[in-house]
Design a protein around this ligand. Structure first.
Ligand code: GSH
Length: 226
């Protein structure tokens, strides 16, 4: 009997990439999409799925799995044998694992900090807006923006050096799946331009043209903008 898989998804979030992976793996799955409130926080109903109330979470035959990097690794190991997504050798497996960690532990926090200062600005009381802007700009310029640029340049160089269009080897891997959220987010929020990061922009064209990527967008809550 095929595995019963449910993707617990949140609108405008990084969980869309798990839908993309499930489409690439050609496995059947259900999607439950949760909403965000006006402060961009997730519907508290997500706490009934996992104690941290975050998305993505998946359930596989009743087993609950959280954290994008763990979910990606688990799905490819369990449903991706012989597929394009499988690591072809130990070196590839090592690189994919590194990128899974880098994306969530180093790149994503820069975007999160910028997201938080943006929400702070939008929600500051009218009379304090200019003060809030000064403080958040100092925060962004002091850490999140330069760190984000450093990481984007690093990844652009990695794509250039690899030379296949993908992050690892000459095929789609978990690295491409995990980076699909932060790199598209950086583009849509105008932190990244094609002039500064040409290889990242070529890679975005490559992944978003894939039929599985488009199919997932029909089923999941879309990321901020497409
Ligand atoms: N490291 C986790 C992060 C999960 C996470 O923070 N998800 C966000 C969506 S992009 C979320 O659920 N936010 C809603 C909230 O915190 O209220 C992962 O990659 O799965």
């Amino acid at each position: 009997m095929p595995a019963q898989i449910t993707l617990y998804d949140l609108e405008r979030s990084r969980s869309q990439r798990i839908g993309w992976l499930l489409e690439e793996l050609k496995v059947d799955y259900n999607v439950e999409t949760f909403k965000r409130n006006e402060r961009q926080r997730a519907d508290p109903a997500l706490f009934k799925i996992h104690p941290l109330g975050k998305a993505p979470v998946i359930s596989v035959d009743g087993k609950i799995i959280a954290e994008s990097a763990v979910i990606i690794d688990y799905l490819i190991k369990n449903f991706g044998q012989g597929s394009e997504l499988e690591a072809k050798n130990e070196e590839e497996a090592f690189d994919i694992n590194y990128y899974l960690h880098h994306s969530e532990a180093t790149l994503q926090p820069c975007l999160l900090l910028l997201f938080v200062t943006d929400v702070t600005n939008k929600q500051a009381p009218y009379l304090l807006k200019s003060v809030a802007k000064k403080v958040t700009e100092a925060q962004d310029d002091g850490y999140a923006l330069p760190e984000l640029k450093l990481n984007l340049k690093y990844l652009d160089d990695k794509l250039k050096t690899n030379g296949t269009g993908f992050f690892v080897g000459d095929h789609l891997s978990g690295a491409d799946i995990i980076y699909s959220f932060p790199l598209l987010d950086a583009k849509h929020r105008k932190f990244a331009t094609a002039e500064d990061y040409p290889h990242i922009f070529k890679w975005i064209d490559l992944i978003t043209a894939r039929p599985a990527y488009k199919a997932a967008l029909e089923k999941t809550g879309k990321p901020a903008k497409i």
